[in-house]
Ligand binder design. Sequence first.
Ligand SMILES: C[S@@+](CC[C@H](N)C(=O)[O-])C[C@H]1O[C@@H](n2cnc3c(N)ncnc32)[C@H](O)[C@@H]1O
Ligand code: SF4
Length: 370
Amino acid sequence: MRNSNLKDRKINSLYVHIPFCEHICFYCDFVKVKKPEDPKVIEKYLDKLKNELSEYGDRLNDIQSIYIGGGTPSCLNLEQTIIMCEMLFKYSQKPNFEYSIELNPESVTKEKLEIYKKYNINRISMGVQSFDNDLLKKIGRIHDNSIAINAYKLIREVGFENVSIDLMYNLYDQTKESINVDLSYIKELKPDHISWYSLIMKEKSVWGRKNMKVPENDELFDEIVNEGLKEIGYTRYEISNYALGEKNKSYHNMTYWNNSIFAGVGIGATGFEQINGKYFLTRNEGNILNYKKDFEELSQEDYYFQIIMMGLRLVDGIDISIEINKDIYEFYKEKINQKINENLLELVNNNIKCTERGFNILNEILIDFL
Ligand SMILES: C[S@@+](CC[C@H](N)C(=O)[O-])C[C@H]1O[C@@H](n2cnc3c(N)ncnc32)[C@H](O)[C@@H]1O
Ligand code: SF4
């Protein structure tokens, strides 16, 4: 899609993918490989990342956040961790820069945390999934709740003031009691941010390959999760994301949903970029040491759909008073008004957003925008 404004929009955020994992969890189909025994493979991968970053040149100069995700970034050894942090350091030397890294509890160490801190990382996202030890085994995790709690305490001790925890619900054999136990740990630990995902059955995961389906629970876990977190003081700002206060919303995650421009480096990483006025979804395809960026050009309609699909995930929806979103409203006006009449969308203070009813059936709403 061509934009009449000839100057391309700047890249706001950068995602960096580290695809190595100590162990493969049964539900996961993210791009990852079992951590290779030969450290040289990881070093070559890091080298490739460095080249990819340099190909961007000064286009990354204005980014306001980095998110190192995986895979398991914390499974790198100290030397590899330093190489990774050194190559990203120069982008992070700005005020109010949000710089996150994803950790798995079993590979958190004081030494690694101190390296992250030294290189400006200021936000930790730790994948806990559940505090129920039986459940953790059943989903293929290699940590237990005491490892997660100790890792969390260590993260705080080293001085990280912005910590997020990932949890999951709708897992096999998960009960209301087990969710309530998770909520009681959250109440005690008080992470600044929580991502609490409903299980999505992915075809290429260990479970998906066995043709397993998302279990049908009698309980409405999403209600228990939402109500429980609200009671403890968290504000939901996206379908699966909750923050303790306004300042704890993840700037980086917001860039995926609020029509910002973002770049992704590393195998499997995706981006949304504007080049010579055209919009592209990018994805790095191939294998860990041999991948290249695939560019899918978006037509005008694809672009609008992308913005509506991502923006309606936010509780506050899409701000149509800002320049880049104005024509989206014009484009979808009729459909939006129809959904407003059906009490699925609402227009509040220049924001198009889902009503509570609409939020629960977002995928169905989106079909009508296709
Ligand atoms: C891809 S993982 C990477 C982070 C880290 N390796 C970990 O395991 O925590 C990011 C998060 O995605 C969530 N996730 C992964 N697979 C999922 C699935 N099939 N359904 C729902 N959430 C999933 C988990 O909560 C996980 O913490
Ligand atoms: S959930 Fe995390 S640790 Fe487990 S396989 Fe996926 S990326 Fe690796």
